[in-house]
Design a protein around this ligand. Structure first.
Ligand code: M6R
Length: 367
């Protein structure tokens, strides 16, 4: 059932071109120039008139939510806040009938997310669910929603569910922007064409980065710490990369917005500190170049995830992983792949139980 792969996690990493396509199927109709999503369409008025959208989730789904914030604010121009469900539920949040809550959960059973939804509903908010497991508790309790069609995710470390969540959030942001007039038709058309190309680009990066990530992993099995840095849309990618490494390899890792480095984490950098830096061409590239210079001046080991053909960052980095270029807003989907592979192989070389890491459960049904 692992389809010839050694672990479910690797199988699920390699399924992503298909799971992303499945999530888009019937929704992204490029030739007709439309995005079809019944859940959004039926409540378009309510969602587009929201004073605020609050995204609630935990773990990897929360990271997807952070990227969702960038997407929705950029294209639909609706203010978005992203909260950990566990914090939201216990802090007497200001939430009411004019707010729309988007709850994101792969399993649809996470206790904190469920409790946060109940609270939001009690206060009159409209709650939209993004779940992977069909008919799960969260899918049933929400007012409307869209399923990610990633298929069953068995590995405790979320991989294909994450990229499917990003796909849904992209579709939602573009659809809202198109209908509320914040996204012009030409831009909408070019963005949906770009989104449509993502499964192919994910396939490309799987092929091109697999061996590269494996080789880099071999050299870092004994690392005790890792930093992950990214800016803009790829700041949450850095958080997700670090979480993936922590949970399966048990190596301490932190993700930061690259610019925050000088406000503290830079003190940690020496020749023993590996730093994964996500540096696509589109998205504050020049700023990232300066960050890499600052790291190299302190002898940090740089593992750079860059676009194919990159020279500037690549020439300074100790290791380079290439990925195809895409719009900045979709780059976290492509960048997720090499980061997943890197964590996977580091964990495998350390002999860890990749699919069932210690102390973790696939769905966290207790708070
Ligand atoms: O099923 P959910 O998406 O609600 O789960 C949320 C988190 O427990 C989950 O993403 C967790 O962080 C994963 N193990 C991350 O890989």
């Amino acid at each position: 059932e692992k389809g010839g792969y050694e672990h479910f996690m690797l199988k699920e990493i390699f399924e992503q071109p298909k799971s992303i396509l499945d999530t888009m199927r019937g929704r992204l109709l490029v030739n007709e120039g439309i995005i079809k999503m019944a859940g959004i369409w039926d409540h378009l008025e309510r969602i587009n008139k929201a004073e605020r959208i609050v995204i609630i989730a935990c773990g990897t789904s929360w990271h997807a939510g952070l990227i969702g914030e960038y997407l929705i604010e950029e294209f639909a121009r609706i203010p978005v806040e992203v909260e950990y469900a566990s914090e939201f539920r216990y802090r007497n949040p200001i939430i009411g009938p004019k707010d729309v809550v988007i709850a994101i959960s792969q399993s649809g059973e996470t206790a904190d997310t469920m409790a946060a939804i109940k609270l939001a509903k009690e206060k009159g908010a409209f709650v939209y669910g993004i779940c992977n497991v069909v008919d799960s508790s969260i899918a049933r309790v929400t007012d409307a929603g869209s399923y990610t069609h990633a298929g069953p995710e068995i590995g405790v470390a979320s991989t294909k569910a994450f990229t499917a969540q990003l796909t849904i959030l992209s579709l939602i942001a573009l659809k809202l922007g198109k209908h509320n007039g914040n996204l012009g038709n030409a831009e909408f058309m070019s963005l949906i064409a770009e989104l449509d190309a993502i499964p192919t680009k994910v396939e490309e990066v799987l092929q091109s980065s697999h061996e590269v990530a494996k080789n880099i992993a071999k050299q870092y099995v004994d690392a005790t710490n890792f930093l992950y840095l990214g800016r803009g849309y790829n700041f949450p990618s850095a958080l997700e990369g670090a979480l993936k490494l922590k949970e399966i390899s048990y190596i301490h890792a932190e993700g930061y917005p690259a610019a925050e480095m000088k406000h503290g984490p830079i003190a940690l950098i020496d020749e023993n500190m590996p730093i994964v830096i996500i540096a696509p061409k589109q998205g504050h590239y020049d700023k990232i170049v300066s960050n890499v210079q600052e790291i190299k001046a302190r002898k940090g080991q740089v593992i750079a995830v860059v676009n194919k053909g990159d020279v500037q960052v690549a020439s300074m980095a100790d290791h380079v992983i290439e990925m195809p270029e895409t719009s900045e807003c979709f780059s976290p989907i492509v960048a997720a792949i090499p980061l997943q592979l890197l964590s996977y192989y580091i964990a495998v070389y350390r002999g860890a139980n990749v699919d069932q890491p210690r102390n973790l459960a696939k769905s966290v049904t207790v708070e």
